[in-house]
Design a protein around this ligand. Structure first.
Ligand SMILES: [Mg+2]
Length: 189
């Protein structure tokens, strides 16, 4: 058993918010290699008004709270975990971010809620935050970010995978937030 409470960080889009659009990640990577080869290893940062609008529409598809939020609340109440949100959402999505935080009511029981207000590269922002907060576990849905954090942090990176990426071999992979929380529960009890 690890020391308690465990410090557990959660990504927002695709983890705390269920996002059907995340199954398109491999498709987006493919088109990016085709049209933006110079950005192959980077995440595209929306610059023009149109791009920001498209980004906003994509994020609008993160439309429902994921099953499992109640389980996080009860783990926090039992003082078994301390929960954090580390989202790499860009500054242009701030008001949408805040309204989701309000809607899912997490500010009452989460110890810290962070988003990418300086528009850093998402994987670097998350790496820095995980190290700064000294998280024991971080739950993330984007495979590109998982594979970066796995190499660059000491935290255990839990991956919530999607249909197209399911063949990737990785130790801590889960089909849903609920399943990831079951594993966290088993580490505590
Ligand atoms: Mg995500």
């Amino acid at each position: 058993m690890k020391r308690q409470p465990l410090k557990v960080g959660f990504d927002l889009d695709g983890v705390l918010l269920y996002n059907p659009a995340r199954i398109f990640r491999p498709v987006i990577v493919f088109f990016k290699q085709l049209f933006l080869p110079e950005e192959k290893d980077k995440f595209h940062l929306p610059k023009t008004g149109l791009e920001k609008f498209i980004w906003w529409i994509l994020h609008k598809s993160s439309f429902m709270p994921a099953p499992g939020l109640k389980d996080i609340e009860s783990l926090v109440e039992k003082k078994q975990i301390k929960a954090y949100i580390v989202s790499a959402r860009y500054e242009s999505l701030k008001s949408d971010f805040n309204s989701w935080i309000k809607k899912i009511g997490v500010n009452k029981y989460f110890s810290g809620i962070y988003y990418n207000n300086n528009d850093e590269q998402p994987h670097l922002f998350k790496e820095n935050m995980i190290n700064k907060l000294k998280l024991d576990i971080f739950v993330e849905d984007n495979w590109d970010i998982v594979s970066h954090l796995f190499r660059k942090t000491k935290s255990e990176i839990f991956w919530i995978y999607n249909l197209f990426d399911r063949k990737i071999i990785y130790k801590n992979k889960f089909s849903s937030l609920k399943k990831a929380l079951l594993k966290i529960n088993s580490m505590i009890n």
